[in-house]
Design a protein around this ligand. Structure first.
Ligand code: GUN
Ligand code: ZN
Length: 371
């Protein structure tokens, strides 16, 4: 069963006494069929069954307990039935630790140009060859089963920002009806779980109704969706000041699509346990490195002859064996090794951040180190 086993109520009280401001931060362990997830956790994004520019075994050495895959991409290519036939996504991509799959609705809306939402689901044209597909709560859940996902996400509609109250309300209500159908379609078994996704945009009472609807379905965990969609950190934190408190204390809470280190820290302080974001991988490929000195844009000409590593004490191969001058050169000439080394460093940076957050929570200490 997917459950947070390590920390709940008692330990929280102790932390609350020491540091009231951080009383909502939690450190825990989610036990799954594919091993433990230490929370707060950051999930590297492996949309198409690969974390871009990384070997899965290298992703593991950065400290990641879990990675994310996408229903939308994998159903188009190579197809969920084929992955199932080949032994599941874990075997297919050589990743034996936990896998979470997003349900597809969010990606359909951002990637497919032609799509139509009905009560039944979403009809859309593939962004690859234009061919026609359908995603519904039932088919999304079935696809995630065929992939062998450790954590299945309910099929939702990510409410765009900005949305009027009326738009956000009907989107949230559709998400609740879809959540009920997703839950019914889920093949419940030991060590696997399904998370519901709450919507409601920036509207307090809609978030509450969404949470109440989903809690009734008794998911193994809950995600907060419809954030990090252009509203900015201040508004996002405003929602996170109350939304996590609407969710069960003993179950994982996942903030979808977040974020920068400062977003992650602020969200953990407000009671979030899990994150996923393309930032470390995508920005790494684009030449941005996260370091303790701040973001380094390695393409900057000031690094042309810089014979020092990104970080002296980082144990990643980019820092142990190469200089900023070499990384600058590789990224400038678009060599594959540049993307590999930059991604490796960034994933390590994010995992070290999460490790430090977990340690600080366990010790009852503040963690305002980046913000
Ligand atoms: N990724 C980022 N935000 C969302 C969301 O609201 N729903 C889903 N399914 N995925 C997301
Ligand atoms: Zn490094």
């Amino acid at each position: 069963e997917v459950s947070i086993t390590k920390f709940p109520a008692d330990e929280r009280k102790i932390i609350a006494k020491a540091h009231d401001k951080y009383k909502k931060a939690r450190a825990g362990i989610i036990n799954t069929r594919h091993g433990q997830i230490h929370t707060p956790a950051f999930m590297p994004v492996g949309t198409k069954g690969t974390v871009k520019a990384m070997l899965p075994e290298s992703v593991q050495t950065t400290g990641a307990d879990i990675i994310l895959g996408n229903t939308y991409h994998l159903m188009l290519q190579p197809g969920a039935k084929r992955v199932f036939k080949l032994g599941g996504l874990h075997k297919f991509m050589n990743w034996s630790k936990p896998l979470l799959t997003d349900s597809g609705g969010f990606q359909v809306m951002s990637l497919s140009k032609l799509r139509k939402i009905t009560e039944e689901g979403v009809i859309f044209n593939s962004h690859i060859d234009g061919s026609k597909f359908m995603l519904s709560p039932e088919s999304s859940t079935e696809i995630q089963y065929l992939l062998g996902s450790t954590i299945t996400m309910a099929f939702d509609e990510c409410t765009p920002y900005p949305s009027t109250y009326e738009q956000a309300k009907s989107s949230m209500e559709l998400t609740s009806r879809w959540a009920k159908r997703s839950r019914k379609a889920f093949y419940s078994r030991d060590g696997y779980g399904q998370f519901g996704i709450i919507q409601g945009s920036i509207y307090n009472d809609l978030r509450l109704k969404s949470a109440l609807d989903l809690i009734e379905l008794d998911f193994e965990g809950y995600a907060i969706g419809g954030l990090a969609v252009g509203e900015g950190q201040e508004l996002m934190f405003k929602v996170l000041d109350y939304a996590p408190d609407l969710l069960p204390i003993n179950k994982p809470r996942y903030l979808m699509g977040v974020g920068k280190p400062a977003d992650i820290i602020g969200a953990v302080q407000r009671g979030i346990d899990m994150f996923d974001c393309v930032i470390p991988t995508r920005s790494g490929r684009n030449g941005q490195a996260f370091t303790k000195y701040g973001v380094v844009n390695i393409r900057n000409s000031k690094y042309k002859e810089d014979n020092t590593p990104l970080e002296e004490d980082c144990l990643c191969p980019a820092c142990k064996n190469y200089t900023k001058a070499y990384l600058h050169y590789l990224v400038k000439v678009k060599e594959i090794l540049g993307a590999m080394l930059m991604t490796w460093h960034n994933l390590m940076y994010f995992q070290k951040l999460m490790l430090r957050i977990r340690e600080y929570i366990a010790q009852g200490k503040d963690f305002d180190f980046i913000s």
